[in-house]
Design a protein around this ligand. Structure first.
Ligand SMILES: Nc1ncnc2c1ncn2[C@@H]1O[C@H](COP(=O)(O)OP(=O)(O)OP(=O)(O)O)[C@@H](O)[C@H]1O
Ligand SMILES: O=P(O)(O)OC[C@H]1O[C@](O)(CO)[C@@H](O)[C@@H]1O
Ligand SMILES: [Mg+2]
Length: 534
């Protein structure tokens, strides 16, 4: 049985494109024909699958037939490689071969067959499922160190750890690959064509991980693919590191496509950044833990304030446009929170099972309560009670209505005017404080791994990819996979149940279900609509 394909695979990266995604149920990734890829003489369909299959098979009969391995339901969603459109690109031994730091490492280079499973929990007989290429250094690289001219850009909102990622890209490129031509693009995407660049050296970025924000500045809007790629060409940049959220990654995909269209030897690597933790596929976004930790300070303050007065009600507003992860995790971590309101779980104020009833009950029981409110919670509800003009930011993101003051006023009015029950309401809005701080120790390490994975990937000639941990293993993920959906809190998952169990707050499900039925036209006028919209 031929298991000796590693060397041919490490020479060329086309084989792993051959996945069989079209046969996956609801697959969005059609199988790409062999003829789309260079070096098709390697016959990867058979060679690759044999050992991958064999590693997991105890059945020698099935293992002898590689086609049966394909039926095992094993798929790879791979990332592009420069040799796809530049088939004659030379490769070189990875300089890490000579690195004293890696001298006694058991396996410096990632096995070309290593993949990371998207789903870690499977059943005995379930298909093996979707996999991504494992991140890490490769035996051969597609850039000579002295010919690399890299650039780094940061876009979108802030997040703890951006500076650590910048620092570690610069230091990683320099210390592992001997690259010393690294440009900082200032002020986000528009910086490519409207600003001068700054030279980034290990010395220049040495201390920046201790600061919040972005050393390179950021912006929203201003993505002009042609102008950006013109500039990349004019400046002879051949590695582009792009740090940003979902919008930024869409921009990175557009840049990659244009680079490919022009046939440029430019590796485009995306590093996902979002304080909201709303990026799909990856386990968690960097800076998220730091933000949750910082949110504890605001929650603690609210708790101290409200337990020191009679009928104290504390409201803490946290970030989270469409995903309530920060609010959910901050609530779970704190244990001082009585109610957590997130965008995914519409709430209502009045009537049975509503928020007012719950507040009254908690005040009677404990004399105080704390509410954590994600900024995107109850947006439809708020919109119903105020005149709304749709406003967007420079990137086209809808600007949210400020649910914090709205809810504060609603609660005050209800208890003082209607219930005649004096309450002490303290509203805390630490919105920007939780994302403007430096990353904590574990986020720093996470950022380092992200940066190094991106550097290894670009040096190895991969392009149009995003890096990130999938089930704790860093992987190269096609950009479209992380931008086509958004990660949101699943109300049907056990984590939300844990939260409900810890706060004992209403689930608001009864009314929501009734509302949904009404929207679906299943019921006529069962619901008192004025109650819901007031
Ligand atoms: N569909 C798109 N195609 C190309 N560029 C885009 C697209 N969407 C957004 N961008 C660009 O990406 C940059 C950042 O986008 P945006 O402001 O939405 O932030 P983000 O990256 O999503 O980060 P976050 O939402 O976490 O703050 C902007 O310069 C914007 O012009
Ligand atoms: O005020 P800015 O900088 O536009 O950012 C606010 C938004 O950025 C985020 O932090 C990330 O998308 C959101 O939670 C928030 O709504
Ligand atoms: Mg975004």
């Amino acid at each position: 049985m031929d298991l000796s394909l590693s060397s041919s695979l490490s020479r060329n990266h086309a084989p792993l494109y051959l996945y069989k995604a079209s046969s996956l149920p609801n697959s969005r990734y059609p199988t790409r024909p062999l003829s789309n890829f260079p070096n098709q003489d390697l016959k990867p369909r058979i060679s690759l699958r044999k050992p991958l299959f064999l590693r997991h098979s105890n059945n020698p009969i099935r293992a002898q037939n590689p086609d049966q391995a394909i039926d095992d339901g094993f798929f790879i969603e791979d990332v592009p490689h420069l040799t796809n459109f530049l088939p004659n690109l030379p490769s070189y031994p990875n300089p890490l071969h000579r690195s004293p730091a890696y001298a006694i490492v058991k396996q410096t280079f990632v096995n070309p067959e290593d993949v990371v499973a998207e789903k870690i929990v499977v059943q005995k007989n379930s298909p093996r499922g979707v996999h991504f290429r494992r991140a890490g250094p490769r035996e051969r690289v597609y850039f000579k160190s002295e010919e690399v001219r890299a650039c780094i850009v940061t876009c979108g909102g802030l997040c703890p750890g951006i500076n650590t990622v910048i620092r570690e890209i610069v230091c990683g490129l320099n210390s592992m690959y001997g690259v010393d031509d690294i440009l900082g693009i200032e002020g986000g995407y528009r910086g490519f064509y409207s600003k001068n660049t700054t030279q980034l050296t290990p010395k220049a970025v040495n201390d920046i991980h201790k600061r919040g924000g972005t050393f390179l500045q950021t912006s929203r809007g201003g993505h002009d693919t042609n102008k950006i790629v013109d500039n990349i060409q004019d400046r002879r940049i051949n590695q582009v590191y792009i740090i940003g959220g979902d919008g930024t990654q869409k921009g990175a995909a557009a840049i990659y496509k244009e680079v490919e269209k022009r046939g440029l030897q430019v590796a485009v690597a995306g590093i996902p950044k979002t304080i909201d933790n709303d990026i799909a596929v990856i386990d968690k976004s960097f800076g998220f833990d730091t933000a949750v930790e910082e949110a504890q300070r605001a929650i603690n303050a609210a708790h101290v304030e409200v337990e020191s007065v009679e009928n104290g009600v504390g409201i803490v507003k946290l970030m989270g446009r469409y995903s309530g992860f920060i609010a959910m995790f901050a609530t779970l971590a704190s244990r001082d929170v009585d109610c957590c309101l997130i965008p995914e779980s519409p709430f209502y104020l009045e009537g049975q099972g509503g928020l007012f009833e719950f507040i009254e009950q908690r005040l009677k029981e404990n004399g105080h309560m704390v509410i954590v409110l994600a900024e995107g919670a109850g947006q439809d509800y708020v919109a119903q009670s105020m005149h709304v003009v749709d406003e967007k930011d420079a990137s086209g993101n809808m600007l949210l209505l400020d649910v914090g003051p709205w809810l504060t006023q609603k609660i005050k009015d209800h208890f003082t005017k209607i219930k005649r029950m004096p309450i002490n309401l303290k509203y805390i809005d630490p919105t920007y404080m939780i994302r403007a701080i430096p990353s904590n120790a574990s986020d720093n390490i996470y950022c380092t791994l992200l940066a190094q994975s991106a550097v290894h990937g670009a040096m190895a000639g991969y392009t149009g990819f995003t890096v990130g941990p999938v089930n704790s293993r860093h992987a190269y993920i096609p950009i479209a996979r992380v931008t086509e959906t958004t990660n949101t809190v699943k109300l049907t998952d056990r984590m939300w149940a844990r939260l409900l169990a810890s706060t004992n707050q209403p689930s608001f499900l009864q009314k929501n279900e009734a509302m949904q039925e009404k929207l679906d036209g299943k019921t006529s006028d069962v619901i008192n609509n004025t109650e819901i919209t007031s």
